[in-house]
Design a binder for this molecule. Structure first.
Ligand SMILES: C[C@H](CCC(=O)NCCS(=O)(=O)O)[C@H]1CC[C@H]2[C@@H]3[C@H](O)C[C@@H]4C[C@H](O)CC[C@]4(C)[C@H]3C[C@H](O)[C@]12C
Length: 316
């Protein structure tokens, strides 16, 4: 399971899975040659930063942002995702290139909508070891979010007023399910029984908020948390608290005997300042890579290993 979140200038995701593909924080500078499989070279483009599996200096992004403040993340959409054959007259983009394709040329969600109109996401595998990943995508800038779902019946581009995304089912069904929870409140409930009842603890207003790890429940939980979370100067920690409401602890979701899905990392792109923050399962201290501290006019990929050791700030 995975969850993506956009909150003010912050955008990112929980990457939940039972193993890591070996990811790094990768900066793609403006003059890195993107060799798109079905298209011409893309020699000069926006610079990108994000979490990627780096294969022979090529970034396979999971989630990223560009220097203009647009973010994009791919989340599992197994059984529903369907990518297509290359089509004449379209910009044919392999699914593994999709994040780079959008972020290398779009400065906003508005621009992404236009580019998507002529984009055909293709079922072209990266290589024999990396088959096509069945994903759907959230794209956000500071103001709006959309979700792209490529399915049997075509590519859907949805407005996403919740600014969150999890996994199955498709977004319209996730949104519809919020109807069942519209009563949730951060206030104490009224007593409608006409009996002598008391709200004997704080937090009664959100009684019934799902707490399990299924994708539909995480969608409701994180959408509710985001909708009610206050915003102040400390929005970076508030972002981590919101997405932390749906993190997965090791041991709670068994995918095969003895193997558990857990939150491998949580990312947070600061869309305004080009900083990619993240925490990992064993290292809860926030680490950061600032894309503007790199030579963004370069041609070669820059990447950093994630810091996995627990870091504790001792005070004495
Ligand atoms: C497994 C990851 C998604 C995690 C997730 O959504 N979990 C939910 C599980 S479930 O639905 O609830 O069962 C996805 C997100 C990004 C994916 C990676 C990126 O797409 C980049 C390449 C793409 C290649 O085609 C496959 C390897 C890969 C390196 C992908 C491996 C894997 O599919 C990743 C890492």
């Amino acid at each position: 399971m995975c969850t993506a979140l956009s909150f003010n200038q912050f955008f990112g995701r929980n990457l939940d899975y039972e193993f890591s593909y070996g990811e790094r924080v990768a900066v793609t500078p403006r003059n890195y040659d993107f060799h798109f499989r079905h298209l011409d070279k893309h020699e000069s483009h926006y610079a990108l930063i994000g979490m990627a599996h780096v294969f022979e200096e090529y970034p396979l992004y999971y989630d990223a942002m560009n220097e203009k403040g647009l973010g994009m993340a791919g989340l599992n959409f197994v059984g529903n995702a369907k990518f297509y054959e290359a089509k004449e007259g379209k910009n044919n983009v392999a699914a593994f290139e999709f994040i780079s394709w959008i972020l290398s040329q779009c400065a906003s969600v508005k621009e992404a909508r236009v580019v998507l109109e002529n984009t055909n996401v293709c079922a072209t595998p990266f290589n024999e070891h990396f088959p096509v990943a069945e994903l759907h995508y959230m794209i956000s800038d500071e103001n709006e979010s959309i979700v792209v779902e490529c399915m049997e019946d075509g590519m859907h581009v949805y407005d996403n007023p919740t600014h969150v995304l999890t996994n199955n089912p498709p977004l319209p069904m996730q949104l519809f399910r919020l109807n069942d929870y519209m009563y949730l409140s951060n206030k104490q409930p009224e007593n409608n029984f006409g009996l002598d009842l008391t709200a004997y603890s704080r937090g009664f207003g959100a009684m019934g908020l799902p707490g399990d790890l299924s994708s539909g429940s995480r969608f409701v939980r994180v959408a509710y948390t985001r909708a009610n979370a206050t915003s102040d100067k400390n929005d970076l920690s508030q972002y981590f608290h919101i997405i932390g409401s749906v993190e997965q602890q090791k041991g709670l979701c068994e995918v095969e005997p003895g193997k558990y899905e857990y939150t491998i990392y949580t990312s947070c792109c600061d869309l305004r300042n080009g900083i990619y923050y993240y925490t990992t399962y064993n290292n809860r201290q926030i680490s950061g890579v600032n894309m503007f501290n790199e030579d963004l006019d370069g041609e070669t990929l820059i990447s950093y290993p994630t810091i996995e050791e627990e870091m504790v700030h001792m005070q004495n």
